[in-house]
Ligand binder design. Structure first.
Ligand SMILES: *[C@@H]1O[C@H](CO)[C@@H](O)[C@H](O)[C@H]1NC(C)=O
Ligand SMILES: *[C@@H]1O[C@H](CO)[C@@H](O)[C@H](O)[C@H]1NC(C)=O
Length: 254
């Protein structure tokens, strides 16, 4: 009787402890040496304006030279206020009709930025967009395994206090995010769990907002306080973000 109860208890702990709600995907490596070449772009959806088309053209050239495996988008996919719905023509005008180079006809893995949250979030996450353009894959948070690398995509938007306390004249689509504290604690729990399970040689984290940055928005203190300790504890090798519209390479001694 005792041993049966003990086994039951152990099973419960095992199942509870190994359950994470994060979607997991696999992107098989195709190069024979196991290497992975990717492009990362963020803060882009301008219907070709603000030099988006010029950047897309250069991405096409570099994408061909590198024979890229996939593209990562770090959010702010559609300016100024995300998508209005899954039939919003901005999807084609800012994505399908812009990234037309053959080398960019690869899977895109995207997270959301603050500008995306000012529109209809469920539209941007909708499978309808993937039916329109097979390259599109966007989620709030998910895990992607590709050969030696495991990528952890994190929705950093709900961490930023001022979007809730001082939204200025913007309206954010917080449906499925509230209550905020629960959303954040569940996300951090799941991330920690997935990272502890990971046996990948390299662990990369992708988010929209910078943690430490010398850019115009400055350090995101909420991420320094809440996300960074989990990345450090799990020996994450690299954090990739957008939001600041500039190129920075920030390292640490540890
Ligand atoms: C596009 O880039 C050029 C320089 O290459 C710059 O002069 C121009 O202001 C940019 N356009 C916009 C709308 O930012
Ligand atoms: C958001 O987009 C979805 C999918 O297109 C649509 O069903 C929904 O009505 C939209 N919500 C609003 C508030 O427009």
């Amino acid at each position: 009787m005792f041993s049966v109860r003990l086994i039951f208890l152990i099973l419960c702990i095992f199942f509870n402890g190994s359950l994470s709600k994060l979607e997991r995907l696999d992107h098989p490596v195709t190069k024979s040496d196991g290497s992975l070449n990717i492009l990362v772009v963020g803060d882009w959806g301008r219907q070709g304006g603000f030099n988006q088309s010029l950047v897309a053209h250069q991405m096409g050239i570099v994408g061909e030279q590198l024979d890229i495996d996939f593209v990562i988008s770090v959010g702010d996919n559609f300016y100024d206020d995300g998508l209005k719905g899954d039939t919003d023509p901005a999807f084609e005008a800012s994505f399908s009709h812009i990234y037309t180079h053959p080398s960019l006809q690869k899977q895109w893995y995207s997270v959301l930025g603050n500008h995306d949250y000012r529109g209809n979030v469920s539209a941007q996450l909708s499978h309808v967009l993937t039916q329109k353009d097979w390259r599109w894959f966007c989620r709030r948070s998910f895990v992607l395994c590709s050969g030696m690398v495991e990528f952890f995509f994190v929705d950093t938007n709900p961490f930023v206090e001022k979007y809730f306390t001082d939204p200025e004249d913007h309206t954010y689509d917080w449906s499925n995010v509230l209550p905020r504290d629960k959303y954040i604690s569940n996300l951090l729990y799941d991330l920690d769990l997935e990272m502890k399970k990971s046996r990948a040689t390299w662990k990369f984290v992708v988010g929209h907002h910078g943690i430490k940055t010398a850019g115009q928005h400055g350090v995101t203190q909420e991420l320094v306080d809440q996300l960074l300790p989990i990345l450090e504890e799990n020996k994450v090798d690299l954090y990739i973000n957008g939001h600041d519209h500039c190129l920075q390479h920030i390292g640490s001694d540890r």
